[in-house]
Design a protein around this ligand. Structure first.
Ligand code: ADP
Ligand code: MG
Length: 256
């Protein structure tokens, strides 16, 4: 579904991603781990099309219904309509834009682009309320502006509510687990597991093995200084939890 080849990207004139290779099949969950400043958020934002990041090399192929799409050639909104979703590490507040209006507009745009029938308001509200129940989200989410005055945990839950509604083909979740208490973490995991199917793929950026107890990844990758330095299965996350990153970094840097 996603094939990233030798992807290089810069921000503010310095290269942050130095050649990323990553292949994700439909139905798979991949976790990206790695020390702070490795480029994990940069990778997620480049895939979503953040305008501050310049792609300086490589390619990203995204396949929808067996049709290959050059993801990097698309504007961010078209990527979103094709089914790419980014849950931000730091969700922004958008005062003046009602949360429910935002959800509805996004949902309608995605449906229209994908040739799906629009829902009337009543049907849409029923869907939102079902998802809110699943995620144990209070009614106040509907009357407030996007993320305005939300606690850190509520913002993360709101990202997952957007994801649950938009039903993306590729969900990129950037540290959606950080700042969550254990109950909220379980709820977020429930939302992600409800999305998971053989038709879509999930890329989770996380620092904690804890999340991976609830969302079991097929592959775990370690990003360091803009490169994937190690890939493995779930057991790699457990090993990192015990040993940290130093042993891997020492290998890469040639220090022993
Ligand atoms: P991670 O998510 O792995 O912690 P980031 O992708 O956020 O890492 O950052 C990788 C590197 O890129 C860091 O050194 C960071 O300072 C730099 N960087 C990220 N965004 C910007 C930006 N907008 N301007 C300048 N430097 C940036
Ligand atoms: Mg980050």
């Amino acid at each position: 579904m996603l094939e990233v080849k030798d992807l290089k990207a810069s921000v503010g004139g310095s290269e942050i991603l130095h050649g990323i290779n990553l292949k994700i099949n439909a139905g798979e969950v991949h976790a990206i781990m790695g020390p702070n400043g490795s480029g994990k958020s940069t990778l997620s934002k480049v895939l979503a099309g953040h305008p501050s990041y310049e792609v300086t090399g490589g390619s990203v192929n995204f396949e929808v219904n067996r049709k290959p799409i050059d993801l990097l050639s698309l504007e961010p909104d078209v990527r979103a309509k094709e089914g790419v979703f980014l849950g931000f590490q730091y969700p922004v507040e958008i005062p003046g834009v009602g949360n429910i209006a935002f959800l509805r507009e996004s949902f309608n745009e995605v449906c229209a682009h994908q040739g799906l029938e629009a829902m009337n308001e009543e049907e849409f509200m029923k869907l939102v309320k079902d998802k809110m129940r699943l995620l144990e989200i209070g009614e106040h989410f509907l009357t407030r502006d996007v993320n305005e005055g939300f606690s850190g945990g509520e913002k993360k839950k709101n990202e997952i509510l957007q994801m649950a509604l938009l039903n993306p083909r590729l969900a990129l979740l950037d540290e959606t687990d950080s700042g969550l208490d254990i109950d909220a973490l379980k709820i977020v995991a429930k939302g992600v597991n409800a999305l998971k199917s053989k038709y879509n793929a999930i890329l989770l950026v996380t620092h904690y093995q804890r999340l991976l107890d609830y969302i079991v990844p097929d592959y775990v990758h370690v990003l360091y200084k803009g490169k994937i330095i190690k890939s493995g299965d779930r057991s790699l996350a457990l090993e990192l939890e015990k040993k940290g990153y130093d042993w891997l970094i020492a290998d890469v840097e040639g220090k022993h």
